[in-house]
Write a protein that binds this ligand. Sequence first.
Ligand SMILES: *Cc1c(COP(=O)(O)O)cnc(C)c1O
Length: 425
Amino acid sequence: MDYFHYLGDRLHCEETGLDRIAEAVGTPFYCYSERTILRHLEAFERAFQEVDHRICYSVKANGNLAVLDTLVRGGAGLDIVSGGELERARRVGCPGDRIVFSGVGKTAVEINAALDHGLLMFNVESLPELHRINTVAGVTGRVAPVALRINPDVDPRTHPHISTGLRRNKFGIPHGQALEVYRLAMGLPHVQVVGLDCHIGSQLTELEPFVDALRRVKGLLGALREAGIPIRYLDLGGGLGIPYGQGEAPPSPEQLARALLAELQGLELAIILEPGRAIVGNAGVLVARVIYSKEGEEKRFVITDAGMNDLLRPSLYSAYHTILPVERHFDREEAVADVVGPICESGDFLARDRLLPVFREGDLLAVRSAGAYGFSMSSNYNTRPRAAEVMVRGEHFAVVRRRETLDQLLENETLFPEKAGVTPT
Ligand SMILES: *Cc1c(COP(=O)(O)O)cnc(C)c1O
């Protein structure tokens, strides 16, 4: 459920017309609905209310400070995967005891910064990383709280690029080595074992893979308990899918909770979840303007001012995003077209072979379900400044990230210095 809807013939975010925003900030821009973000967070909170739990929103889905601030004020914690995301967490005042730090390649600098801020736990993805954390914490005489991320070897039945819980994926510690690595961790002076973590992939539309993964790690939890290794937190990751408009019917947070909690009866653990997409995916749209409408020999193309540098998912995963006209005209015909961007790549498209109202030059269109992995995966390819980001609250809106300027885009570049032999510093 989200708050993008037509009022009269114009598409609104909450009570704000998208055309009004386009007038004020130009295009392309991302638009987020604060009410939708909070509603989705609340759905997770309610679903897990009967158990000790913490919802740690996955920052990489959409790290805009206003989005993070909304969620942290709403009571969420954060799941971070880099020193950069830690800085975002710091800037919105997220308390350390609500932060989990995931990712396969944490550097010593990032580990140290996280220890400085304080965190609930590192989700450790390998034995070398465990040793690195122990060493870094030891330098300042600290003890780092850790969970081991276990790869349960479960097929999440999602797109191969976003599956992470299979044996061949780079993530986590293989299930078969887990007990041995836990024993080793118990012997390290500067880490404290506090949890077990498992995240198997993204855009999961069925419950079974979640339940399969949980059953796999449950056996391990029993073995850990027998070995006297204390597990306080069970982090079940993110990955809950959303409807993109192709008839997907992913489980609701409530259905997910019911399936998971049934398996967890009697285990005295605090549950951590790391949803990203399920919170922000349908809380955002990308609004673009039609530059040209072009009749090719075989196809019709709608060329917009947003491209794959703004929204990579269609090009990267062949992802489907619903496209809506910002202004509905009931007298317009429909025709099949590709909606493409201005980038010099044939892979630059937002929609392919889609039956849409016939768009004309200057029309605005909205790409739905663009709140997750939209702006956060955008780039400057073709020297295109990144889009503006706008947040709506009721009938008010605010630019929460200004459109990048060409000066900002180029400011770190220089020509090769005149004087030969000058060593750059
Ligand atoms: C990406 C990621 C998430 C969030 O995944 P969603 O599919 O957006 O819910 C959670 N945890 C980890 C470790 C991740 O890498």
